[in-house]
Design a protein around this ligand. Structure first.
Ligand code: GRG
Length: 319
């Protein structure tokens, strides 16, 4: 039954794919590299080693490994698009990467996905052992809001800061990543309905993407229309990003992914390609990213970087 509904939806979506915009005079690679350098230098400072050193080394290890830093980049870019000050959002951008790193450390543990490779290097528990890896995740999770509270400049309205911190801890917890992960684990080896499938995808990925863009806008005193459009953009590309991750798990290599491919099939996970088929999953990524771009254009929110980032998700799966 679920398959029939999905096929009907796919046919409906087929007609709706708008062209994904490509940014001609925008160097996305350089933009991403420059932003990554800035984020890494702040992460280095926030995660400087202190006593007890093993836990800080373990937290630093995964947080500073060579990942894309796409979530903090989105936070910075959201602020730029709203005319905000990058110095104000940098602590929050780093906190987002810490929460992401925590989810990767815990996701890789033997009791979860049991992976020995992440970001092209041995996973945290392979280097530091399981007990320290659990604590490193816990450490990053609780240190992230502390960084936002202690390092966001004092001229930021305290009620806005409170909203940012509240949204951050909500996204990291049972109403966000933890909720998505627990439903995902319970759904392994089972047929699930569309609502459950969407819940997993939006909570494991979409919510942190949405927070990245929302926090950048909130800390820049953006008007509510901008906040809403950036949230919509984030939800769309967040979903596309998760589908792309599912696709790359099938077609990617250990070298290109920096992690073990084929894990979803092994764990009999309900992924977009396993439910919809590969071709339809690629179409869906294109449709979602195009819709995200249209949302920005409609609201006249100018950001060549956000347009290019949406386009790059499509390119990743169409190569
Ligand atoms: C709270 C334990 C716990 C887990 C939450 C987010 C999550 C659920 C688990 C992490 C593993 C996973 C497959 C998440 C889906 C989101 C995703 C596509 C992660 C990979 O993100 P990238 O591609 O990785 O941005 P890099 O290494 O570039 O940062």
């Amino acid at each position: 039954m679920m398959r029939i509904i999905m096929e009907m939806m796919n046919n409906f979506h087929k007609d709706k794919i708008l062209k994904v915009q490509q940014q001609k005079n925008f160097n996305l690679q350089k933009y991403l590299e420059d932003n990554k350098k800035l984020i890494n230098s702040r992460l280095e400072k926030f995660l400087k080693i202190r006593y007890p050193s093993t836990i800080w080394e373990s937290m630093r290890y995964t947080a500073l490994l060579d990942g894309k830093r796409i979530r903090p980049v989105l936070c910075l870019e959201s602020a730029r698009a709203c005319g905000g000050d990058i110095e104000i959002v940098l602590p929050t951008a780093c906190a987002i990467e810490m929460i992401h790193a925590q989810s990767l450390i815990h996701d890789d543990l033997p009791c979860m996905d049991n992976d020995d490779l992440r970001r092209g290097k041995p996973t945290n528990h392979m280097v530091f052992g399981e007990s320290i890896a659990v604590l490193a995740g816990d450490g990053l999770l609780s240190y992230a809001p502390q960084v936002v509270i202690q390092h966001t400049p004092n001229n930021v309205d305290r009620s806005i800061l409170l909203q940012v911190v509240e949204e951050l801890v909500t996204v990291a917890g049972p109403l966000g990543l933890v909720g998505g992960q627990s439903v995902d684990i319970e759904s392994e080896n089972k047929e699930i309905d569309l609502a459950t499938f969407n819940y997993i995808h939006t909570h494991k990925t979409g919510k942190l993407f949405a927070f990245a863009l929302r926090s950048g806008a909130l800390l820049s005193n953006a008007p509510v229309e901008h906040l809403n459009i950036l949230t919509e953009y984030a939800q769309l590309i967040g979903y596309a990003f998760q589908i792309a991750d599912d696709i790359l798990d099938v077609i990617g290599t250990k070298e290109s992914l920096g992690k073990t491919p084929g894990k979803d099939k092994l764990a009999k996970k309900n992924t977009h390609p396993s439910l919809y088929g590969m071709k339809e999953s690629i179409n869906e990524v294109e449709r979602l990213c195009s819709q995200a771009q249209q949302a920005l254009v409609k609201e006249k929110l100018e950001s060549p970087a956000l347009i290019a980032i949406a386009g790059s998700i499509v390119q990743k799966v169409k190569k």
